[in-house]
Every structure is written in C-alpha cells, then in structure tokens.
Design a protein around this ligand. Structure first.
Ligand code: SAM
Length: 292
C-alpha cells in the first residue's frame, strides 16, 4: 500500500504526539519513547513559543546554523504576501527531479504552505527511506533558509520550492516520476476578510488537482487553528466524497470528536503554527482523507 496506514500492531496512542511514521515502512506507529520523553521534558521546562519551536525540533540541531556569519538564520520576512499579485500568477518551472532527489521514483509527500520548513525537514530526516518530500512556499526567504538547512544536513530526499502552490501544484506534481502519496495543508493563512477569501491557498482548482494526482490509497491531511478556515477546507474536500473517504470511516484506529475533527495528531510532530496556536490555548482542527 502506497499511502500511510495505521500500524495495527501498535497499541492506541496515549498522547496526541504519539503517532508517527515508522522508519521501516510508510505506516503509522508509536513514536519512539525516548524521543517522546525528551520532548515532554523540554515542554515542561519552557513555555515561550519560539523556544518551544526550537525544542520541538531540537534533534535537527538547526540552531547550530544560526551563527553570526550565517545569512539565513533569523530571516526577516513579510508577514503575508498576496498570492493574486502578478508576480505569483505564473507556474514555476518544473525542476530536473533527478537533480533534487537522489531517487526520484520514491513516493512523494507535498507540504503546501510549508512555512519555515522545519516540519518537513524533520520528517525527511527521520523517515528517509519511505518517500521524497517537496515543500511549496510563497515566501522566498523562507525557502532559501529551508534549502540552506537541507544542504547543511545533507538530506537528499527533500526539496523546497518558491511557488504559489495554488497555481504551481498542478504543473509540478504530474511531472514527478513517482506516485503522490501524501499532501499536507497545515494551518494555511486565514485571510479573514471575506473579500480576501480568494487569496486562500485551498481553492477548488487545487482540491481537484490534489484529488486527480493522488495515487490510490494516497492521503490528504488538513489542519487549522481557525475554525472558519478548517470548515472551508473540510467542505471543499468533503465535496469530493466520490473518491475521498475520511480516515475514521476506513480505519477504526482513527477517531474523531462529535464534530468530525480528528482527536490525534497523525504526524507525530507539530508544525510551528500549531505550537504557537496551542500555546495560546487554541484547538487544532484536523481532517485526514484517503483516496479510494
Ligand atoms: C500560517 S503559515 C503555516 C506554515 C506551516 N504550515 C505551519 O503550520 O507552521 C502559512 C504558510 O503558507 C504560505 N502560503 C500562503 N499562501 C501560499 C500559496 N498560495 N502558496 C504557497 N505557500 C503559501 C505562507 O507564506 C506561510 O508560510
């Protein structure tokens, strides 16, 4: 099976961070206990949000690369960009996949709006055999820093691209030689004002492209700390019930609350936005679909 799957031999998770990919396969399993204990002790010692991010990703040792001589450490970035501006309407050039991944026939995970890239780098470092990882991000400085980290860590299974994902996903993914098995859209920018909703990354064209390109058994993970955004994404993916089923309908190990939001984090690691939002007491609304 190409997509992610719960490892049924594992006992149900006791904490929301307990689920993760296994190293040996593309299925879920319990995250190693020492790593879990290490993270738990870090969280109890520290409550500042940036520090929590550092601690969540401590095993990547990215801090080592923040030195004074380093141009890409604490980058100053614009809070938001307008994806509808003329500079973002053209799709990006498809890369030579064999130049960016050592094995471009592996299954592919795409993280749309990957922000700092730490989340995807963590997955690529811990689960290198199972897939390649492609991060799409519209703020170029973040992409440059992510690529710097990838190079420093010597990872050959991950690539970040400066791209408007809403436009470029459809051009990039069909050109990839292997199967698309996982797409994540995690805490996308909310663009609260109704007149700005067309700036949101999840538009019908993107949903259709994800559904079309996803391999059978492939999965989509959505999350947001903003209920309105979560509902908007959910409505759009629920509308493709012809080919997508929510994971709790396929696998009894996944459970949802009464409103249909997943009770556990299926990724085993929190994104940066998730860490900040949870520190502020926000709920993270999660959905996970599988192509059938
Ligand atoms: C709130 S941040 C969340 C980042 C990360 N996924 C997380 O959960 O920490 C949303 C990210 O999506 C990026 N973004 C917004 N619109 C985008 C688009 N059309 N294409 C690619 N990235 C986009 C933003 O620049 C930002 O880095």
């Amino acid at each position: 099976m190409l997509g992610l799957r719960w490892n049924c031999s594992a006992s149900p998770p006791s904490s929301r961070f307990a689920l993760c990919f296994t190293k040996s396969s593309s299925s879920f399993a319990l995250i190693p206990a020492p790593l879990r204990a290490f993270r738990a002790s870090c969280w109890s010692q520290c409550s500042r949000s940036p520090n929590l991010v550092e601690l969540e990703y401590a095993d990547l040792n990215l801090k080592d690369f923040y030195g004074a001589g380093c141009q890409v450490g604490h980058v100053r970035i614009r809070q938001h960009v307008n994806p509808l501006s003329s500079s973002f309407v053209a799709p990006v050039k498809v890369p030579e996949w064999k130049q960016v991944f050592s094995n471009p026939s592996l299954p592919l995970m795409v993280d749309i709006g990957c922000g700092s890239g730490r989340f995807l780098i963590w997955l690529a470092k811990h689960f290198p055999e199972s897939r390649n990882y492609l991060g799409l991000e519209i703020r170029n400085k973040l992409v440059q820093r992510s690529q710097f980290w990838v190079k420093e860590l010597g990872l050959k299974n991950i690539h970040f691209m400066f791209a408007n994902a809403t436009i470029s996903f459809e051009h990039l993914v069909p050109a990839y030689p292997g199967p698309l098995t996982l797409v994540s859209i995690l805490c996308p920018d909310p663009h609260f004002k109704k007149r700005h909703h067309k700036r949101r990354v999840v538009q019908k064209s993107l949903v259709d492209s994800v559904v079309k390109n996803l391999s059978l058994g492939g999965q989509v993970i959505l999350q947001s700390d903003v209920l309105d955004v979560a509902l908007d994404m959910r409505d759009q993916f629920d509308a493709r019930a012809d080919v997508l089923k929510h994971i709790d309908a396929l696998d009894a190990n996944f459970t949802c609350d009464a409103q249909g939001w997943l009770l556990e984090n299926p990724m085993g690691i929190r994104t940066e936005r998730e860490i900040h939002a949870e520190l502020e007491g926000a709920k993270i609304y999660k959905r996970m679909y599988q192509k059938v």
